[in-house]
Design a protein around this ligand. Structure first.
Ligand SMILES: [Zn+2]
Length: 142
């Protein structure tokens, strides 16, 4: 699943206690996700998925809090110092197994121009209705 087109990007929480690296292929448009489920909406979560082997936690493990709810299938990791959630871990049938969901806004190397270039490829998930394969009727607020 790794390829030589992939480059290493660095991600940080706000206080930079949590530092991680991800391998991403930016020669094609980055597919990002927003969702209207209870936790994504409240945290204004914007993510992209990588395979677990494409993710490396560099530092901050001892300052990571873990939040889970509902069926406990998804692990939400947050920095206990600054409160930012840099990534989540879970399993998705659509994705094809285990994934790490990366907070797009934690990748400091993304320029504002790059961030804007991702927006035409956002997949909006109707998680609030447990309908993960369709764009919700109302999504522009996400
Ligand atoms: Zn922090």
């Amino acid at each position: 699943m790794t390829s030589n087109k992939q480059q290493t990007l660095n991600g940080y929480c706000h206080c930079r206690t949590v530092h991680f690296q991800v391998l991403v292929d930016l020669t094609k448009p980055l597919e990002t996700i927003k969702c209207n489920c209870t936790i994504c909406a409240k945290s204004r979560w914007w993510e992209f998925y990588v395979h677990p082997e494409e993710f490396t936690l560099i530092s901050g493990e001892d300052q990571l809090g873990l939040y889970q709810f509902g069926d406990l299938q998804t692990s939400h990791y947050f920095c206990k110092r600054c409160g930012v959630k840099p990534y989540i871990k879970g399993t998705s049938g659509n994705w094809g197994g285990k994934f790490v969901g990366i907070n797009v806004n934690c990748i400091d190397e993304f320029t504002q121009e790059q961030l804007e270039s991702f927006t035409p490829n956002i997949s909006y998930l109707n998680g609030i209705s447990n309908d993960w394969n369709h764009c919700p009727k109302h999504f522009k607020y996400l």
